[in-house]
Design a protein around this ligand. Structure first.
Ligand code: C5P
Length: 220
């Protein structure tokens, strides 16, 4: 069976992670959560007292942390300098600061290089989820998917994940982060011209997974 590279991009709350993990598991592919890598470098910056608004300081430190991603979709892992970072990267502080760190070109250069080498090493292929995978990281991916959903649906899903966080506050934070991610100069959140757009607003997770699995199988 030929190896296949699948890029899944889109804003927060569209079901990217759940879909990507399930599709990878069903098809026996590796899985990479690139948002987790940007969160990991942000967590390292905060832990080392670096002001995330100081782009020069962030750029200077971008090469320092050693970030390792485990690509088993059943048990994705992430470590920073050998320390398990899966919990700390999901805090509100990291979420509110990650867009500033990920907008710094030196950070993107470093993380993009890491992502390309992980994708090249995946024996049967990989599902890579993020914001700029189809446009910048893996422009030759075999299949590019761009997931969307209404802001209301995205906020409702996210606040459900955050165990009952207020939907209005979640929606405001989400819109702010998406606006920052979409308007940055270096590889913003964007749909690649050759990506298939899937609006998940009215779909169940199972329907989205089914749709993406069918699209991958058509490419194989
Ligand atoms: O996917 P997740 O919400 O965990 O991503 C966290 C942040 O990482 C995004 O808001 C964005 O700033 C950054 N990111 C990025 N490029 C990617 C993936 C994530 O800039 N490919």
């Amino acid at each position: 069976m030929e190896s296949v590279i699948v890029a899944i991009d889109g804003p927060s709350g569209t079901g990217k992670s759940s879909t990507s993990k399930a599709v990878a598991a069903k098809l026996g592919l590796s899985y990479l959560d690139t948002g987790a890598q940007y969160r990991a470098i942000t967590w390292w910056m905060i832990s080392n007292g670096i002001d995330v608004q100081d782009a020069v300081a962030v750029a200077d430190a971008a090469g320092k942390p050693v970030i390792v991603s485990g690509t088993d979709p059943a048990r994705p892992t992430i470590t920073v300098d050998g320390v398990d970072a899966a919990g700390p990267i999901r805090t509100e502080e990291v979420t509110s600061k990650v867009s500033a760190v990920s907008a710094v070109p030196e950070v993107r250069e470093r993380i993009t290089e890491l992502q390309r080498s992980i994708a090249a090493d995946a024996p049967l292929g990989i599902v890579v989820e993020g914001r700029d995978i189809g446009t910048t990281v893996l422009p030759d991916a075999d299949l590019k998917i761009f997931l969307t959903a209404s802001p209301e649906a995205r906020a409702a899903r996210r606040s459900g994940e955050l165990k009952g966080a207020d939907v209005v506050t979640t929606q405001q934070a989400l819109i702010k982060r998406d606006a920052a991610d979409s308007s940055r100069k270096t590889s913003p959140l964007a749909k690649a011209d050759d990506a298939v757009e899937v609006d998940t607003t009215e779909l169940t997770l199972e329907q989205v997974i089914e749709c993406v699995v069918t699209l991958v199988e058509e490419k194989r």
